[in-house]
Design a protein around this ligand. Structure first.
Ligand code: SAM
Length: 279
């Protein structure tokens, strides 16, 4: 392979454009070309740092098709930088196939470490960090999601999931049902102006987020490990009422909502029934 041909996997900011390393800027400047998930997004970063390296599209739709061609160019001596819209390429973003193809072809691969929402959210949550499990985006189908979550129940690790803001409340409700009695957190808009970390026992977190009108921005959901000494906090009456109201507003019958809330919060159905009927 001629000198210089290599793949540079470059992590970029997850919000605050200041979170770029000096080494990342050098790599983006010196590469022959930058393969980017969305060239418009990356152009903003390049403009901010006055970098004029040409950009080429490398998103999930073209990754499989374009990987061999990019590998061939690296074998001819091109240094190609790979970036995604935000964070580390290959982490719930295109990249894995290109790295695999490059290594298989004997191309050298350099990963330039930098931001990723997983580690930022984990540390910001204050939940245990001795071990963590990253589950990416959970399956959208309820049955598949339940089976998957059941397979994680015994893990002694904090669970980290990516989610879209639109589905965060429903996913938290599913997490509360599958993993009751745990500490949990929602990390939103990390490194940005409206950064927020909400921490609460899982059922309460589900109720609080479910009661919000709209959740904006990017979110990470985290669930602490099952611990022998964790005693779930008894949820306050207004938290139970808010969850009931959210479920009923989404079209669920009151009797069903009572059943579901009792399971989610691990409290007696009689108490939920009484609160639902204003007693
Ligand atoms: N490659 C990225 C990384 O290394 O973190 C992840 C890309 S994935 C398509 C996008 C998801 O990451 C979002 O839906 C959200 O769950 C999470 N995410 C990215 N940036 C975030 C931020 N600033 N705050 C909270 N979550 C974020």
């Amino acid at each position: 392979m001629p000198d210089g041909g290599r793949l540079l996997v470059v992590a970029t900011p997850i919000g605050n454009l200041g979170d770029i390393t000096l080494r990342a800027l050098d790599a983006l400047r010196e590469a022959r070309v930058i393969a980017a998930e969305d060239t418009r997004v990356t152009r903003k970063l390049l403009t901010r740092y006055e970098i004029s390296t040409p950009l080429e599209r490398f998103d999930e739709h073209v990754a499989r098709r374009r990987a061999p061609e990019l590998v061939a160019r690296m074998l001819e001596g091109d240094a190609i930088a790979l970036v995604s819209d935000a964070g580390t390429p290959g982490i719930s973003d295109p990249g894995e196939q290109l790295v695999d193809a490059a290594l298989e072809a004997g191309v050298s691969v350099e990963v330039l470490p930098g931001p990723s929402a997983i580690v930022t959210a984990l540390v910001a949550s204050g939940l245990p960090t001795h071990a963590f499990y990253f589950g990416g985006f959970l399956p959208r189908k309820a049955g598949e999601r339940t089976r998957y979550l059941e397979s994680l129940v015994a893990l002694d690790a904090t669970l980290v999931f990516y989610e879209s803001p639109k589905r965060a409340a429903a996913t938290l409700a599913a997490l509360a049902e599958a993993l009751p009695g745990r500490r949990a957190a929602l990390a939103r808009e990390l490194t940005k102006l409206h950064e927020e970390v909400v921490r609460a026992p899982i059922a309460e977190l589900a109720a609080r987020i479910g009661a919000r009108e709209e959740l904006k921005g990017e979110v990470v959901l985290l669930v602490g490990p099952r611990t022998a000494d964790f005693i779930p906090e008894a949820p306050a009456d207004d938290v139970i009422r808010a969850r009931l109201a959210t479920l009923e507003a989404s079209g669920i019958r009151r009797s069903e909502a009572v059943k579901q809330v009792a399971v989610e919060f691990g409290v007696a159905r009689k108490r939920v029934y009484e609160l639902a009927h204003g007693e």
